[in-house]
Design a protein around this ligand. Structure first.
Ligand code: NAP
Length: 452
């Protein structure tokens, strides 16, 4: 049986798990070409996971192993829709998998959302992680108080990054421009607002617990916003642990001398981001005070009581979830921000598949993508095994490389990425950092060219 060729568009966790699973196949044997619009692979592991979580980032070691397997190639600086089209890929491969994640923010849809000083967490996270698209963000960190909207792990990441002591920040792979800005930041207090209660919050316990380890950080919670302790026993284990933590912090009371503080404010929805004039800089957030109501289907939803409160601040980070972006020439469901599919097979299409957040929406941890990718690869291999593609003519590995070199003058192959990686790691050694990130396209290209 001939070796089948699969293109994977996107090189984050779901793309790599799909690649690993495909390369395991011996009947038929499969080779994989992975594309990314950036020079660097690993998606959110490089550009999303908080830099003070090196253990989570170390999952990239698994991706290195997959990349080193025979039959795997990486092509960076290839943008679908700009450099190549979906149909051109389909002409050259037996199958194409889209693994592009959720590249934008979910909008709040309230007044003042786009004021100066109000940023989507997607942008802020990209900025501190050195994602080339966001290095120019330059958030103003001059104000003493920031407000984070949302009660999920991304909200926690951005709140923590704003409050991390400089000595905790310096040994990380935070982009240099962000280290300098955060080290000189005036932010001393971050108010994290959840529209529902601590029981419904999407934080995971491990992420909450680590707040206790941050030197000089007070955690403030108003005891009045916590549910009655008598109900704790009925809660699922993970939720109970979270609530117990909040209760402990609430009982400890405020620590005014701590220097820095993170406040969790529950049952609050933003109704307007306030500021100077029409679209001048942020001066505060108007919050609606909510109560909770349980729907017939058991979902607990926030209901506006009509009461309002204002939190003064100079920075707002909106962390209410990510959203997928339509790919040119690929079906897309606007309502869910995902590509419609059945078990990873894109609806109405042949030989096109989907994995990761663009398949199931922006939920779950990195490991969730393994099972997700396996499901898609099972469907793909079953389709190949059905023999429909047995006589197909596809481009050889060399033909693809030739075509890409013509299309993309700044193509980065696996050797190129390895040169970038080696350079970044070496640059980090002196400062005890995992790496010093390169964030500039021309610098990436110099490193790639130097190696040849
Ligand atoms: P998320 O977990 O879905 O949390 C989104 C939060 O935004 C929820 O609290 C949600 O509240 C709130 N929200 C949504 N719309 C809102 C609105 N209009 N007004 C106010 N609040 C609103 O999303 P995420 O934090 O972006 O994280 C994405 C995924 O990545 C999650 O699965 C997360 O666990 C994972 N992640 C993991 C880590 C880690 O393991 N360290 C780090 C970062 C991210 P409702 O619940 O009321 O809708």
């Amino acid at each position: 049986m001939r070796t089948h060729a699969v293109a994977i568009v996107g090189s984050g966790p779901s793309g790599f798990y799909a690649a690993g699973s495909l390369l395991d196949s011996t009947d038929p044997p499969v080779r994989v070409d992975m594309f990314d619009r950036l020079a660097t692979p690993w998606g959110l592991v490089r550009a999303g996971v908080a830099p003070d979580h090196p253990k989570i980032k170390s999952v990239s070691g698994q991706y290195d192993k997959i990349a080193a397997r025979p039959g795997f190639r990486f092509f960076g600086h290839v943008c679908l829709g700009e450099d190549v089209t979906a149909s051109e890929l389909l002409e050259r491969y037996d199958a194409v998998i889209y693994a592009v994640g959720s590249q934008t923010e979910r909008r709040l849809g309230i007044g003042g959302e786009d004021r100066e000083g109000s940023h989507a967490s997607v942008d802020f996270v990209g900025w501190y992680n050195g994602h080339p698209d966001y290095v120019g963000l330059a958030p103003d960190l001059g104000a003493e108080r920031a407000v984070v909207i949302g009660a999920g792990n991304v909200a926690l990441d951005v709140a923590r990054m704003l409050l991390l002591p400089e000595e905790d920040l310096r040994p990380t792979d935070t982009a240099d421009h962000a280290i300098e800005a955060l080290a000189g930041s005036g932010v001393r207090e971050v108010v994290v607002c959840g529209r529902r209660g601590p029981v419904q919050a999407a934080f995971t316990t491990t992420e909450l617990r680590e707040l206790d380890d941050i030197e000089g950080l007070a955690i403030n919670v108003d005891p009045a916003q916590l549910p009655d302790a008598a109900g704790d026993e009925d809660l699922p284990k993970a939720t109970r642990r979270n609530v117990e933590l909040f209760r402990r912090w609430a009982e400890a009371g405020p620590a005014p001398d701590a220097g820095r503080a993170m406040e969790f404010r529950f049952l609050r929805s933003p109704v307007e981001i306030l500021g100077e004039g029409e679209d001048g800089p942020v001066t505060g957030v108007e919050l609606a005070v909510n109560r909770l109501e349980t729907d017939d289907d058991g979902r607990v939803r926030p209901v506006d009581t009509g009461e309002r409160e204002t939190v003064e601040c100079g920075l707002v980070l909106r962390a209410v979830g990510y959203r997928g972006v339509a790919l040119p020439g690929v079906p897309f469901d606007e309502a869910s921000g995902t590509i419609p599919h059945t078990e990873g097979r894109i609806e109405g299409r042949e030989r096109e598949y989907v994995v990761g957040w663009i398949k199931r929406g922006p939920t779950g941890i990195i490991g969730t993508n393994r099972k997700d990718a396996n499901e898609t690869v099972r469907a793909l291999l079953a389709d190949l095994a059905s023999g429909a593609r047995e006589d197909a003519t596809i481009a050889s590995a060399e033909e693809v490389e030739e075509w890409l070199s013509e299309r993309c003058p700044e193509l980065v192959d696996l050797d190129g990425w390895e040169a970038i990686d080696a350079h970044e790691r070496a640059a980090g050694e002196g400062g005890g950092r995992p790496r010093v990130k390169v964030v500039d396209r021309s610098e990436f290209m110099s490193l790639v060219r130097e190696r040849t």
